[in-house]
Design a protein around this ligand. Structure first.
Ligand SMILES: *[C@@H]1O[C@H](CO)[C@@H](O)[C@H](O)[C@H]1NC(C)=O
Length: 233
């Protein structure tokens, strides 16, 4: 008589447990949580180096689907340094086009500092936070410059390497910092003049060679040629 309750218990365990498992309350709760708060997995269409880039927070607000923004430093701290990219020179117009990338910080505005050789820098007008590109005009052909980009927010402005003001040696070539050094090539017009000068010189040289060949050589070299020519005739 003792065996049958045990057997019933075993049967209950083997048959009821597999049926109960899919209805386990733990599993249901997990699935519901995932449906209610979907975590955004797509990054927003934000490029810190793109000109006229709307701030990522605004993209997030406007986006119909949730997206992820890169993390930013605290708005209570001055921005980190932006990264200045390539400086593209347009020699015909004494113009340079400067590109930069936003730092991982909240930025209200940018401006450029331009050191013409040595002395105090020229400061550009403020550019709003969507800017990543600016033009430097009125550059002297053949001149050397250092340009730095500064980002600012409510807490202050990003730093500029200290050595920049004193000389051009501290900032060299393509760097990953906020500054870049560049030299404006001489005006193409003066290159044209130089080419014309070389051309004229070559033409004069050719002319004098021809004159020597046909006139002067006749005078000095003819006796020998005539002397050789006579026996042949
Ligand atoms: C920033 O400046 C650009 C060009 O002047 C302008 O189109 C844009 O509306 C400005 N954006 C903001 C947020 O002020």
């Amino acid at each position: 008589m003792l065996g049958s309750p045990c057997l019933l218990g075993l049967l209950a365990v083997t048959f009821l447990v597999p049926q109960a498992q899919p209805l386990a309350p733990g599993n249901l709760e997990e699935e519901e949580e995932e449906d209610e708060t979907p975590l955004p997995s797509m990054p927003c269409d934000y490029d810190r180096c793109r000109h006229l880039q709307v701030p990522c927070k605004e993209l997030q607000r406007a986006s119909p689907t949730a997206c992820l923004c890169p993390g930013l430093s605290s708005p209570d701290l001055p921005p980190e340094q932006p990264r200045l990219g390539e400086v593209r020179l347009v020699a015909e117009d004494s113009l340079a086009v400067v590109h930069w990338c936003a730092p991982s910080s909240p930025v209200h505005q940018y401006w450029l500092l331009l050191w013409p050789g040595s002395g105090a820098p020229q400061k550009s007008p403020p550019l709003n936070s969507t800017f990543r590109r600016a033009e430097l005009t009125g550059l002297k052909p053949g001149g050397s410059y250092v340009v730095c980009v500064v980002a600012a927010n409510g807490a202050g402005e990003s730093s500029v390497p200290g050595a920049v003001g004193q000389g051009l040696d501290g900032v060299g070539g393509p760097s990953f910092g906020p500054c870049s050094q560049f030299t404006v090539p001489p005006r193409p017009l003066s290159l044209v003049h130089a080419a014309a000068g070389v051309g004229t010189a070559l033409a004069l040289l050719t002319c004098s060679a021809l004159i020597w060949h046909f006139c002067l050589r006749d005078r000095w070299g003819c006796p020998r040629r005539q002397a050789r020519a006579v026996p042949r005739l």
